[in-house]
Design a protein around this ligand. Structure first.
Ligand SMILES: Cc1ncc(COP(=O)(O)O)c(C=O)c1O
Length: 407
């Protein structure tokens, strides 16, 4: 259609390469059903249902009342950079200098800044397929080439050192992975992460690890300490980039605040890029986030982490019982990536049917790549346990009356 438009209405070629979120289609259809009086169980939503912890809200109110609303350094206020660095020491057992912390406008801005820092035209970035959809678009926006590598249960739906080596080309600039991941909730084991960091370093590329869901991990004893790539990577840790966020573990999605742990020699360039792209992260959000690391706030967040774990421990076996394929138990985040091929050949149509007939909203695999996307759906457990139980009961009734695609 665009080619028929007068030139003055034409848009840049990159726009056509950016896909919308299909989950929004699900959400719009779900809202329309609700407006018509139907009840919908929302298992498509990719953000915590918990409100921002009260001490954080109170800190924001104090900042606003004090008139503290001016631009900050593009790198973030020093007190927050220090608090994040301390958090790595206290919670994750890894020493990080505050000078390596770059506070950003959500991890979305962090990812975009890193692509702007590292990727030249036509350079390739290796990503897992399935994976977080925006990543390939960030690469494309910077005129790079995203390369989705099919990843299955044998590697926890994650890239491995071996996969990276096999897909490396002279044009490859680096690797971007998320652990735990969206949509699978699965993580790269620490020893594999060390091999990945060493392989990327040996091949002369850059490794970016998105740890946005690291705070929300559930395995290894009573909510054990998660392992950051910064400790797993050993000697290579100083050269890699870690992306994280206040959105998920800290329940602050709308505050738009994240951070990068960068090699120190790149911080000045990141500052320059951030200054030009958005001047500084939101001031009120930064002041509020200082309260994230208070023991009172951490106690609230750990309680919620327990709630997420309980939901996972209910949902995964319940979905398996219904016949969904979940070969790897998700260890973090709040997603379950499930094979629905027993019930339907086209997961997008399956999601439409589940919504219309069962009143349960879930996300089709097509949002996360192309590898076996038509046979997968994503469930989010960002709703309370009783609603999850109702969702599973509705699915059971719906699937009970449905024949397998070839049956
Ligand atoms: C894997 C992953 N990375 C990054 C983001 C972006 O989050 P934010 O910009 O809110 O920090 C998301 C959001 O869902 C995500 O799932």
């Amino acid at each position: 259609m665009d080619t028929l438009l007068p030139t003055r209405f034409a848009t840049a070629a990159r726009v056509a390469a950016i896909a919308p979120f299909h989950v929004m289609e699900v959400q719009t259809a779900a809202r329309a059903l609700e407006a018509a009086g139907r009840s919908v169980i929302h298992m498509e939503i990719g953000e915590p249902d918990f409100p921002t912890p009260a001490p954080v809200v109170a800190a924001a109110q104090r900042a606003i009342a004090g008139g503290d609303i001016y631009y900050t350094s593009a790198l973030g206020i020093p007190a927050l950079r220090q608090a994040i660095a301390r958090h790595y020491g206290e919670r994750l057992g890894v020493t990080v200098a505050p000078e390596r912390i770059v506070v950003t406008a959500g991890s979305s801005a962090a990812l975009l800044l890193l692509m702007a820092l590292l990727v030249d035209r036509d350079e390739q970035v290796l990503l897992s397929d399935p994976g977080y959809p925006c990543n390939r678009h960030f690469v494309r926006m910077l005129e790079g080439e995203p390369v989705g590598i099919p990843a299955g249960p044998d590697t926890n739906y994650q890239l491995s050192a071996d996969l990276i080596e096999r897909h490396w080309s002279p044009r490859t600039r680096g690797v971007l992975l998320a652990s735990p991941s969206n949509p699978t909730g699965t993580a790269v084991p620490a020893d594999e992460m060390r091999r990945i960091a060493a392989t990327v370093a040996r091949l002369g590329g850059r490794l970016i690890v998105d740890e946005i869901y690291l705070g929300l991990t559930y395995d290894g004893g009573e909510l054990a300490r998660p392992t950051s790539v910064l400790s797993a990577a050993g000697a290579d840790a100083d050269d890699l980039f870690v992306v994280s966020s206040f959105s998920k573990y800290f329940n602050m999605t709308g505050w738009r605040l994240g951070w990068i742990v960068a090699p120190e020699r790149h911080v000045r360039d990141l500052e320059k890029l951030a200054q030009n792209l958005y001047i500084s992260p939101a001031t009120v959000s930064q002041r509020a986030a200082l309260a994230c690391f208070e023991p009172e706030t951490i106690a609230i967040l750990e309680e919620r982490r327990r709630a997420f774990r309980d939901r996972r421990d209910f949902l995964v076996p319940a979905l398996r019982e219904l016949g969904f394929g979940i070969p790897v138990t998700p260890s973090g985040g709040f997603f379950v990536y499930a094979d629905c091929s027993r019930f339907a050949a086209d997961s997008q149509q399956f999601c439409r049917d589940v919504l219309a007939q069962a009143g349960v909203a879930i996300t089709p695999g097509v949002d996360f790549g192309t590898h076996r996307a038509a046979s997968h759906v994503r469930f989010a457990y960002t709703i309370e346990r009783t609603k999850l139980e109702e969702g599973v009961a509705r699915l059971a009734r719906f699937l009970g009356g449905r024949r397998p695609p070839d049956g």
